[in-house]
Design a protein around this ligand. Structure first.
Ligand SMILES: Nc1ncnc2c1ncn2[C@@H]1O[C@H](COP(=O)(O)OP(=O)(O)OP(=O)(O)O)[C@@H](O)[C@H]1O
Length: 260
């Protein structure tokens, strides 16, 4: 039928009634949101509003912060509570990969950087590793630039190439979800455009959550945008709606540059 609405995508990440603290300081207040499969969700909002905190809660990176604790609520990935004590965080982080603000290749060859996670899993068969290197570097749109020098150091690449190498490394363990914490903030406009194109192409296979300070970037790459302020989720909607007709006055003030 011509007017039939497309099936809504499945919520792969669900945050419910979520409060989060660093010591006595509450950083997130009563967060409720879904992030859907094969969509890019952007987190925006002024500095210190809790974007990175929530992102890091989605693969339990905050477990590494001694004073960090959940006050209330839960986060589910694919229907399973990720804070259940039986969850193996190493397995979780394989399914929920992370790309950081500052690219962090290891002081190893390009080849070894890509397959680092596979070596840790004990995979050493050359044909499997060769295949993964090609697949992931192609997936990260870097293959053509480096295929003739896979043995050179990852640190010899440009900043934008290093960031794509880190994305290739995240892809190697075949995650379902990629969390990106300001992945372009250290890149020039040309490298930024490449990473943005890459984000766009990756969403057919992955569910992506990106923290960005750059509102044009949120508008360019994301399907949904979530605006946070002082630890609260103020508004989340389709990106076009957030940028063209936000419902909340604070969202409107932020996206029009009146504060933040
Ligand atoms: N490891 C930590 N220990 C204590 N407090 C922290 C820690 N990390 C973040 N915070 C606090 O939690 C609040 C939210 O910080 P968070 O980094 O999540 O914000 P953000 O929106 O990502 O900010 P920015 O855009 O500047 O990166 C801030 O008040 C911050 O000071």
């Amino acid at each position: 039928m011509a007017n039939e609405k497309p099936e809504p995508k499945r919520p792969l990440i669900r945050v419910s009634d979520f409060d989060f603290y660093y010591g006595e300081k509450q950083a997130l207040f009563d967060i409720n949101m879904d992030m859907r499969e094969n969509e890019v969700t952007a987190f925006i909002g002024p500095s210190g509003c809790g974007k990175s905190t929530l992102l890091r809660c989605i693969n339990r990176m905050n477990d590494l912060v001694e004073v960090a604790r959940i006050g209330r609520g839960k986060i589910e990935v694919n229907g399973a509570d990720i804070y259940d004590p039986r969850v193996d965080t190493i397995e979780l982080r394989k399914r929920v990969g992370m790309v950081f603000q500052k690219s962090n290749p290891f002081p190893k060859s390009i080849y070894e950087n890509v397959i680092y996670g596979l070596r840790i899993q004990g995979i050493n068969k050359k044909s499997t590793l060769d295949e993964a290197v090609e697949r992931c570097l192609k997936g990260a749109a870097l293959w053509d630039e480096v295929k003739d020098r896979l043995d050179t150091s990852g640190l010899s690449l440009s900043g934008g190439q290093q960031q794509r190498l880190c994305i290739a490394r995240a892809l190697a363990v075949e995650p379902d979800i990629l969390l990106m914490d300001e992945p372009c903030s250290a890149l020039d406009p040309v490298a930024t455009a490449k990473v943005e194109e890459l984000i766009h192409s990756l969403k057919s296979e992955y569910t992506i959550v990106i923290v960005t300070h750059n509102m044009q970037q949120a508008a360019r790459v994301s399907d949904k945008t979530a605006f946070f302020y002082l630890g609260k989720l103020i508004e989340m909607a389709k990106t076009d709606q957030i940028f063209m007709s936000p419902k909340n006055e604070q969202t409107e003030a932020y996206i029009s540059g009146r504060f933040g």
